[in-house]
Design a protein around this ligand. Structure first.
Ligand code: HEM
Length: 464
């Protein structure tokens, strides 16, 4: 009965063509495998050539429609939330929690996002530049000094995690941070695993890790709640305090489990994405002398022009790092940190004559536009200058490292500042060379140098 129900699903409608694969698991295994082997674009191409740019498959236990290309991106990312919501497949939902931002809709979504934005908008981030610079500088010196070889990927993961923990959540206790980091690593792996909850599976381990994170957060949250209630701590101190002080439409505080869910969600959203970008930047600088020269020149010029005794970076100096950020933009065009992302249909809808039924998932992928020559001239050519003087403006819904529409990344400015601060300190403090000059990038599923980017490193000998 279940099998016939599964195969007859949507038969009376004009649904997109495509194979649903095996019952329940569908094509999840081949999709995850392609992601891990950095063959996501081949996986897509195979299906596009058979069924066209709009096709269906089944992923993570749900029928999933892909709509590849600018029109597809516009449809998916531009649809209102009550038609295509950002609700995620079971693995993400179980790790992020039922009340993470992407599971919320309507008023509650706006309320929680509004509070997050208070900390993430440029006006607010300006005041964290100095603190970020201090933290990056101290971490790099501590982790690198007296070592001849360093694994950049591990270092960047640790750095971006520490930055989020410190700046966004004010978790300063080293022991707590370390313990949480171990569990976050396990929880993150579970997001991209098969949803099989059986002792020993990645998904099972991730959920146990999440439970431990929640246990560790309870006393932290209770203490903050007490401090915020007594007025000892301001709601502007950090995001946890801000969410604790927030009141809903009935003037009631938000449930503590909503705050824990969003703490976990934000750490995942902010940690591996930025760590990927920073690792890709150092990977590119290690193997492209031309690019390295320009970045070094830009960063050293900033130090040279510094007046007075100020040693730490300023907001104005971040704005001067134009070439360094264009390098990041071009890297994210060719190797987007997020391959794509899911939406869930809350109502029946349609695209280009194809029916998409309530309950189905929809997936957008950056691949469909980032490497197309009608959008980016010579798309295979690595050319940061295309973001300086574009011959023609990039059409909307075509360049998607941070997504687009309602769910556009609200941490993009935070990511920009931490990336630029890290690269500034890295080139200022060290000289280095790649241990494996041919090291390629592989998706795991985030695109990292495949061997963790080991580098031989020493303190910089010549300063301006
Ligand atoms: C280079 C680093 C980053 C990249 C490439 C990135 C990418 C993205 C993308 C593609 C989306 C849209 C996902 C979708 O459409 O389903 C997104 C959403 C989001 N990102 Fe980021 N992100 C980065 C850094 C950060 C940071 C540092 C934070 C927080 C401090 C953050 C917080 C968020 C949040 C909260 C959302 C959900 C927004 C919503 O649903 O309204 N991200 N990010």
């Amino acid at each position: 009965f279940l099998l016939s129900k599964w195969f007859s699903k949507g038969k009376t409608k004009n649904v997109p063509k495509g194979s649903l694969g095996y019952p329940i698991i569908g094509e999840t295994l081949s999709f995850l495998k392609a992601q891990r082997q950095d063959k996501g674009s081949e996986w897509l191409e195979e299906r596009i050539s058979k069924y066209g740019p709009v096709f269906k498959t089944s992923l993570m236990g749900s029928i999933t429609v892909f709509a590849i290309g600018q029109a597809g991106n516009k449809f998916i990312l531009g649809s209102p939330d009550d038609v295509l919501s950002a609700k995620k497949p079971i693995t993400l939902k179980k790790i992020f929690g039922r009340q993470s931002l992407v599971e919320l809709t309507g008023h509650r979504y706006k309320l929680v996002k509004g509070e997050m934005l208070k900390f993430l908008k440029p006006e607010c981030l300006q005041k964290y530049v100095k603190q970020m610079d201090e933290l990056v500088n101290a971490t790099l010196l501590r982790e690198v000094t007296e070592k001849e070889t360093v694994g950049v990927v591990v270092l960047m993961k640790k750095l971006s995690y520490d930055l989020s923990c410190n700046i966004l959540f004010d978790i300063k206790d080293e022991h707590t941070r370390e313990a949480l980091f171990v569990d976050f690593t396990l929880a993150f792996k579970a997001i991209h695993s098969l949803p099989i909850n059986f002792p020993g599976t990645t998904f099972w381990r991730g959920q146990r890790a999440r439970a431990r994170i929640v246990d560790r957060m309870i006393p932290i949250m209770n203490k903050r709640w007490e401090e915020v209630s007594k007025g000892v701590l301001s709601s502007t101190n950090d995001m946890i305090s801000g969410l604790l002080a927030l009141r809903d439409e009935n003037d009631q505080p938000l449930p503590h489990d909503l705050i824990t869910d969003n703490f976990i969600f934000l750490l995942v959203a902010s940690h591996d994405t930025s760590a990927t970008l920073m690792s890709l930047m150092i990977w590119k600088l290690s193997r492209d002398p031309e690019v390295y020269k320009k970045v070094l020149q830009e960063q050293m010029e900033i130090i040279k022009q510094r007046e007075g005794t100020e040693e730490r970076l300023t907001w104005e100096e971040i704005q001067k790092m134009k070439y360094t950020w264009r390098l990041a933009q071009e890297l994210m065009r060719m190797i987007p940190p997020l391959f794509g992302s899911f939406r869930k249909a809350l109502k029946d809808t349609s695209f280009q004559g194809y029916d998409i039924l309530k309950g189905w998932q929809v997936y957008w992928a950056a691949y469909g536009t980032h490497m197309k020559d009608d959008i980016f001239e010579n798309p295979e050519k690595f050319d940061p200058s295309r973001f300086e003087n574009p011959t023609k403006p990039i059409p909307p819904y075509s360049y998607l490292p941070f997504g687009a529409g309602i769910h556009y990344c609200i941490g993009n400015e935070f990511a920009r500042i931490e990336t630029l601060t890290t690269i500034h300190n890295f080139v200022k403090l060290f000289e280095w060379s790649q241990v494996n000059p041919e090291e390629p990038i592989t998706r795991q599923p985030m695109p990292y140098p495949s061997l963790g980017l080991p580098i031989k490193i020493k303190p910089r000998s010549n300063m301006p």
